[in-house]
Design a protein around this ligand. Structure first.
Ligand SMILES: Nc1ncnc2c1ncn2[C@@H]1O[C@H](COP(=O)(O)OP(=O)(O)O)[C@@H](O)[C@H]1O
Ligand SMILES: [Mg+2]
Length: 429
């Protein structure tokens, strides 16, 4: 098999890592890839969001399967272009990708199908309408820009003044670009978050192992939001009772709702949940794997990923093929100093060879590139130290031990990935 992977972050490196393990894979291209993927696949300098360029490349090399990492190609209609040509691809059509591409579309979908979610106060096309609605909401309230905003489109407004300021910046000053043209106002939910991701062929589905990610840049969930500072997976995140509730109240109504709306959905569907006192509620949908959730999930994969993804793309997914290593995994993200604000790139990364052979640890690259013989930083999130072990504590210890051997100027990482879970367990919760 020849496979094309789109994207160039840690998630895509994790996909490449697991695809190579398949005996049926003979060639992988990754567009655009990164400094770590370059050692395992052929990187091609094409922007993953550029549908025309990717179609042109696929026309030339004829991949047997294409796997889309990030959301942008999906929202831009890449899957539609591939399916029109009968090329196998993992990822939903543009219409279905609206579940992620438009928060208003997804909220209306949830409401229409009676799927538990935060109560909506309203959707607004103009700032005037939005300001007018503010006096009647309960604080804190959540404001969401409708379109793709690279993780910057959601604001937890503590009060009227802060909400007014956000609406002004997004709708009047267009600080988030076209994604902020419309907004959604909703109730604030309280609880722990859980990422529940399924793979579906449009008919059957298989749940992946549950994960939790850490979005804030500093320990103790302090500081601004990032693309994700780390994630872990453990079966203990999802007791049987909760799994059943998520299946019956959320996953199946979502798939039934898609069918009722005549939306065919193929690929990964990421369901972001808030585990509230009154049960799990949907915070959002993503139409792809999460990053760094994918790294933690794939570290536990014990099946032929190329085979399963081919099945998903061709409508013959067999959920029993997805087998998982029991235990746990963790992905610890090493970032450039200053991220998610301003940071410098081009810093030499040291220590990579010394961690290359630690059993149970995989160094997944994100913002890296090759500069001659050296690997240098090339983005905010630089590396994802990923480890799997029988217990969460052990996978965390492995990842932290490996991280301590890596060095680049300004390197930052959180010291408390997964700590909340191990703490809860120690307390007997
Ligand atoms: N209704 C809500 N109540 C409480 N927190 C929320 C709510 N909606 C979103 N959040 C918080 O904001 C984060 C980002 O929101 P999300 O809808 O996932 O948007 P995106 O990932 O596209 O930025 C969530 O992970 C969650 O922490
Ligand atoms: Mg989110």
């Amino acid at each position: 098999m020849k496979i094309l992977v789109l994207g160039g972050g840690g998630r895509e490196h994790a996909l490449v890592w697991k695809l190579i393990e398949s005996p049926r894979v003979e060639k992988i291209w990754c567009a655009p890839g990164n400094g770590g993927i370059a050692a395992e696949a052929e990187c091609v300098a094409i922007d993953a969001g550029d549908v025309a360029a990717i179609v042109a490349f696929a026309e030339k090399v004829h991949p047997d399967l294409t796997i889309v990492g990030p959301e942008l190609p999906l929202v831009n209609g890449l899957t539609d272009a591939f399916r029109q040509r009968n090329w196998a691809i993992v990822g939903p059509l543009q219409q279905a990708a609206q579940l992620e591409g438009s928060k208003i579309f997804s909220k209306e979908f949830l409401v229409r199908h009676g799927i538990p979610t935060a109560k909506m106060y309203g959707t607004f096309d103009t700032p005037a309408e939005a300001y007018k609605a503010l006096p009647s909401v309960a604080w804190p309230a959540v404001i969401k820009a409708d379109g793709l905003c690279a993780g910057k489109g959601v604001f937890l407004a503590p009060d009227f003044a802060a909400a007014t300021d956000f609406i002004e910046r997004v709708m009047e000053k267009n600080e988030l670009g076209p994604g902020g043209k419309r907004i959604l106002l909703e109730e604030t939910l309280e609880g722990e978050e859980l990422s529940f991701i399924i793979l579906t062929d449009g008919n059957r589905y298989a749940p992946l192992v549950p994960t939790r990610d850490h979005k804030r840049v500093f320990d103790g969930d302090q500081g601004p939001n990032t693309g994700g500072m780390g994630a872990y997976s453990s079966d203990e995140l999802l007791p049987d009772g909760l799994r059943e509730i998520i299946r019956s109240r959320i996953v199946e109504p979502t798939l039934t709702g898609l069918a009722a709306d005549s939306i065919r959905y193929q690929g990964f569907l990421y369901i972001g949940l808030m585990l509230t006192k009154s049960g799990p509620k949907v915070l959002e949908f993503n139409c792809r794997l999460g990053d760094p959730e994918a790294q933690a999930i794939l570290a536990r994969a014990d099946f032929d990923l190329a085979e399963v993804l081919t099945d998903a793309a061709t409508g013959c997914l067999d959920p029993t093929k997805l087998r998982w290593k029991p235990g746990a995994s963790a992905c610890l993200v090493l970032t450039s100093g200053g991220y998610p604000g301003k940071f410098e790139s081009g810093k030499r990364i040291e220590g990579l060879t010394s961690v290359a052979h630690i059993t149970g640890v995989k160094m997944l690259h994100a913002g890296t590139k090759l500069a001659g013989e050296e690997v240098v930083t090339n983005g905010g999130r630089v590396l994802g130290v990923t480890a799997a072990a029988a217990a969460l504590e052990d996978s965390l210890a492995l990842a932290y031990a490996a991280a301590s051997r890596i060095h680049f100027e300004g390197m930052h990482y959180r010291k408390d990935i997964g700590a909340h879970a191990t703490h809860l367990k120690a307390a007997g919760d």
